[in-house]
Design a protein around this ligand. Structure first.
Ligand code: C2E
Ligand code: CA
Ligand code: CA
Length: 731
């Protein structure tokens, strides 16, 4: 009983949006990661380059120390003079920090510190560090001299010591020791007699600042411990770490990012906004798409007028019904529902009202049914209900009864109240034993039986009904045969009397069928069947021809013939009637056609035209069974009929029920005001006759005066009438 589109759609759209959000976050994460990774790489590389630069600068400083030494010449005289002149030349002039000149015997001839003469000793910081290097150098020189007796100068042989060292005062620096033969007395030409020049350049703040300035590296300094990634160890020859250098790294990528930050932020904001807009759009589009898809699915499976399941969904549900799970073994109840006389209501109140009525009925059926039942509209006023899980026939009957009751409360269509009744056909079957098609067929058979039984009720299928239906089929064939051969069909005539003088004013032709096996059948047994099987046209023409022939052969003032509403659907009806009149030679003014309200309620121009043609030709028109249908008295104004036949249900209550008396009086007065004559039919006793006559009914018909008569009896009645005048019953 789904009445609203499913909610599934929303979750799908939500999923899409969530997927998009997650995707966007992932993309952003990847972008941020790769940018920061690239930045890190760039900055790392820059750091590596800075480290190499510092390394190279230190290496160059050390090399320059040695080169400066090579270019330095000192004379023995200069060494002897204790002024600062030589000291400046050996140190500050070259940018060195300390220098020593050592005699071949190892004695310090001169110490210069920061451009000043400093006596003839090593400073405390230097002596420990320098002595081993000096010793080793001397050893190398001696070895070289030993290896090559022709060697004159160690310096020329390139023997020197160049070291990076840590001093006892915890400073670090470069030491270069070079043999100098220029200071010798010239007498000896043995390199082991060479003096040594020791130059020291400290790796101090001045030096580091210079490097920093030269290469654009900020805040190079010595640190005792490396505390970040930014450091460079200073190693001695043995590979021991003397100290670390640290500096403020330049991070080009970060700097670039910092500069580009505002622009980047704007860009990101715009991208974010675009993404958000895209997401909103995506969500909207997917929602509309899903909504329209849900809509399409809904309307593919539901009746747009009532919102009930349509035939497609109904068939699916019927197939599914057999799998209904319940604690006990259950059956499927299928109910075929038909609104009684819907066509009449639809015709008289208009299609909009008809639609409203269908919706209202649909609503009531829905209310009565539980969740597991399916209420469907299969077309027109045809509804069906599938109710699985039924335990007993009693339960099924109770459900049908409730449905019928639910409609009994009058419905409101527009501002009017309409009394509606239902006919229900129910089939209660085991879903796994009977096919869905068969269940549906059985419900329809039951519905047919319910309608035959007089509508406003229900019938539960039993196999007997199939037999009855088969019998009707047989009857149909037999009726067709009878019409073809004329065997068994005949007319009887019920006289109609003028109320004023009691004389026969006409007769109504009524059909009878002498069935070969069933005996005499009244029209109630086969007119509906003829209407159903499209033989009413042939039957009607047969009756008309027969009646006209009888009338022509008698003195009957007027012959009334019943014409079924179905016959009015034939556009050539008037033409056919007039043709039969011409064929039989009956003058049109001796023919009266009796129509029912149903004909007028069809309200079609074709009906109007048919009636118009007949009346113009002189045929009179009587409205039969007046008061039983839906036509109101006011309705009569728009229809030109010559006569009203008040239904026998009124005639028979007219003297017993004062309300009916009032109604009949009203009908008669209205009819007379409109220039119509009135026949009261079904008059069975004198009381009724008196009352109806006094109320002004023009004609009377009923068992009180005569039953329908076979032609010979009718002729007798006619001759009695012309001989004796007023019927004795009028006395
Ligand atoms: P109807 O047109 O209303 O015909 C009057 C019916 O009331 C007839 O039943 C008649 O026998 C019955 N009747 C007459 N006087 C009395 C009375 O005092 N008391 C009672 N209780 N009944 C009375 P019948 O002949 O069985 O016809 C039944 C219906 O069959 C007719 O109702 C008419 O609608 C239809 N019918 C009969 N012949 C034809 C026909 O040739 N063509 C068509 N289309 N319908 C016909
Ligand atoms: Ca009639
Ligand atoms: Ca009637």
């Amino acid at each position: 009983m789904t009445l609203s589109p499913s909610k599934e759609g929303h979750s799908v759209s939500a999923q899409i949006v969530w997927a998009a959000v997650v995707l966007a976050i992932c993309l952003a994460a990847v972008a941020i990661f790769s940018v920061s990774w690239a930045m890190g790489r760039i900055d790392d590389r820059a750091l590596g380059e800075q480290r190499q630069t510092i390394e190279a600068a230190l290496f160059e400083a050390r090399a320059r120390l040695a080169a400066d030494q090579a270019a330095t010449t000192v004379t023995p005289d200069e060494v002897a003079i204790e002024t600062d002149e030589l000291d400046r030349r050996l140190t500050t002039a070259l940018g060195h920090d300390r220098a020593y000149i050592l005699a071949p015997d190892g004695k310090v001839l001169r110490a210069s510190v920061d451009g000043r003469y400093a006596g003839k000793i090593f400073t405390l910081a230097d002596s420990f560090v320098l002595q081993p290097i000096i010793d080793r150098l001397r050893l190398r020189i001696a070895r070289a001299a030993f290896d090559d007796p022709s060697l004159r100068s160690a310096d020329a042989a390139g023997i020197l010591a160049l070291r990076t060292v840590g001093f006892a005062d915890s400073g670090q620096g470069f030491v270069s020791i070079r043999p100098m033969d220029s200071l010798g007395d010239g007498s000896t030409s043995n390199p082991t007699d060479d003096h040594l020049l020791i130059s020291i350049k400290l790796i101090d703040q001045t030096m580091l600042q210079d490097i920093g300035k030269q290469f654009g590296i900020a805040n190079i300094r010595r640190v005792a411990h490396p505390n970040s990634a930014v450091w460079l160890p200073i190693l001695n020859r043995e590979g021991d770490i003397l100290t670390y250098l640290a500096w403020t790294p330049s991070k080009p990528a970060q700097a670039l990012l910092g500069e580009a930050a505002p622009a980047l932020a704007v860009l990101l904001l715009m991208v974010g906004l675009a993404m958000a807009a895209l997401l909103v759009w995506l969500r909207r589009t997917s929602l509309t798409m899903e909504a329209s898809r849900a809509h399409a699915t809904y309307f593919a499976l539901h009746d747009p007028l009532t919102g009930l399941a349509n035939r497609a969904l109904f068939e699916t549900r019927l197939k599914e019904a057999k799998d209904y799970e319940f604690l006990a073994e259950t059956k499927v109840l299928l109910i075929s529902v038909d609104i009684d006389r819907f066509k009449e209501i639809n015709d008289s109140w208009g299609h909009a009202a008809g639609d409203q009525l269908l919706r209202e009925v649909a609503k009531r059926l829905m209310i009565e049914m539980p969740e597991e039942a399916t209420v469907a509209r299969l077309g027109g006023d045809e509804f069906a209900i599938i109710h699985p899980g039924i335990l007993s026939e009693g339960q099924a009957r109770w459900i049908c009864q409730r449905l019928i009751q639910s409609i009994r409360t009058p419905l409101t269509v527009g501002s009017d109240r309409v009394d509606v009744t239902l006919s229900l056909g129910a089939a209660l079957e085991k879903g796994n034993e009977v096919t869905p098609e068969e269940i549906l067929r059985r419900a329809d058979v039951a519905l047919y039986a319910a309608k035959l039984a007089g509508r406003d009720g229900f019938a539960l299928y039993n196999p007997e009904m199939d037999r009855e239906k088969r019998e009707r089929r047989t009857l149909e064939v037999e009726l067709r045969n009878a019409l073809l051969t004329g065997d068994g069909l005949h007319l009887v005539y019920q006289p109609i009397y003028a109320s004023q003088n009691g004389r026969i004013a006409g007769a109504e032709a009524l059909i009878r069928w002498m069935h070969p096996t069933r005996g005499l059948l009244s029209p109630d047994h086969f007119i509906a069947l003829a209407e159903e099987c499209d033989i009413i046209d042939t039957l009607g023409e047969w009756v008309l021809r027969e009646a006209c022939r009888f009338a022509v052969s008698s003195d009957l003032p007027r012959i009334a013939v019943n014409v079924s509403p179905i016959q009015f659907q034939n556009a050539r009806l008037a033409e056919r009637i007039l043709a039969i009149l011409a064929e039989t030679g009956l003058t049109p003014d001796r023919l009266e056609v009796e129509i029912t309200e149903g004909v007028l309620l069809q309200n079609s121009s074709q009906t109007q035209e048919t009636l118009g043609t007949l009346r113009q030709a002189g045929v009179s028109v009587a409205l039969d069974d007046f008061g039983t249908g839906y036509a109101s008295i006011s309705y009569l104004r728009s229809y030109a009929v010559d006569k009203l036949k008040i239904d026998k249900s009124y005639s028979q209550l007219v003297d017993a029920d004062p309300v009916v008396g009032h109604i009949v009086r009203l009908i008669v007065e209205t009819a007379r005001a409109l220039g119509m004559s009135v026949t009261a039919e079904g008059v069975e006793n004198r009381g009724q006759r008196r009352k109806l006559t006094s109320m002004g009914c023009t004609y009377l018909q009923g068992y009180l005066f005569a039953r329908p008569l076979v032609p010979d009896d009718m002729r007798d009645a006619l001759s009695r009438d012309s001989r004796d005048g007023t019927d004795q019953k009028f006395g």
